[in-house]
Design a protein around this ligand. Structure first.
Ligand SMILES: Nc1ncnc2c1ncn2[C@@H]1O[C@H](COP(=O)(O)OP(=O)(O)OP(=O)(O)O)[C@@H](O)[C@H]1O
Ligand SMILES: [Mg+2]
Length: 234
């Protein structure tokens, strides 16, 4: 479970997260909201790239804010980025191994990388350099990095952006298998409401850094406030 309490992030005069209190406990939870709503900023707080001026965040009862980003990765936190961050001059295996090197003892790395490679079905391109991968393969490498070691919470920032419907369907099936196969909770940001509906039993809607709605995804998406603010309906 992710527990967020009175969280405030301030950049100059802007508060991308403004007194947010929310608890997310679904195996795959959704995070939606208009552009600039604070979604990526919330992921940055959880992963340690942004320090809030106030508030608390805990994952499965462990307080996060005093931990460095690397300590959080070692504690089981993983994330993918809105703009994928595959290392161009490493192979697919090299990209996965870069995470394993940080989180696992020497003798467990190869097996974990191999399992992640199979999970995201990239064995055929294991030795291909990052620079030669297409966008779908890059998105899969990002997901593969998230399942190396023992993930507890996986944060995915628009993992299906730019993918075809078919590719996004494959990604969705993989994401849905994560809680059962890895025991990790997943928090997914996406603008594709159909994808969120298909994956997430619970969804948090942010608007101007505040909670607009939180609850079962179908109920949240049917709420008039959400339809007005996010789906552009009046
Ligand atoms: N490092 C920063 N410095 C100043 N302002 C920032 C910074 N990062 C984000 N912001 C601002 O905070 C607000 C929230 O941005 P954020 O990237 O979290 O939105 P988002 O919900 O992820 O949007 P999108 O759907 O476009 O990805 C925006 O107004 C943005 O301009
Ligand atoms: Mg964003």
């Amino acid at each position: 479970m992710i527990a967020i309490e009175n969280l405030i992030v301030q950049f100059g005069g802007v508060r991308p997260i403004d007194c947010l209190t929310a608890q997310l406990s679904a195996p795959v939870s959704g995070l939606i909201g208009p552009n600039g709503a604070g979604k990526t900023t919330l992921l940055n707080v959880l992963s340690g790239f942004v320090r809030p001026i106030e508030g608390k965040v805990a994952v499965k009862g462990q307080a996060l804010l005093d931990l460095s980003p690397l300590q959080r990765v070692r504690a089981g936190l993983r994330r993918s980025f809105q703009t994928e961050q595959v290392v161009e001059d490493l192979t697919v295996v090299g990209n996965l191994k870069a995470i394993a090197d940080h989180v696992l003892p020497n003798n467990e790395r190869a097996e974990s990388v191999s399992a992640a490679l199979d999970f995201v079905r990239l064995r055929a391109v294991a030795a291909t350099m990052g620079s030669s991968l297409n966008l779908f393969q890059r998105r899969l490498v990002e997901l593969g990095k998230c399942v190396v070691g023992t993930p507890k919470l996986i944060l995915l920032d628009e993992p299906a952006a730019g993918l075809s419907n078919e590719e996004s369907g494959v990604l969705r099936e993989l994401i849905l298998r994560i809680p059962g196969e890895y025991g990790a909770q997943v928090l997914v940001i996406d603008h594709d409401v159909d994808l969120i509906r298909a994956m997430c039993t619970e969804t948090l809607v942010l608007d101007y850094g505040r909670m607009l709605a939180l609850g079962p995804t179908d109920e949240v998406l049917a709420s008039p406030d959400v339809r007005r603010a996010y789906l552009g309906e009046f």
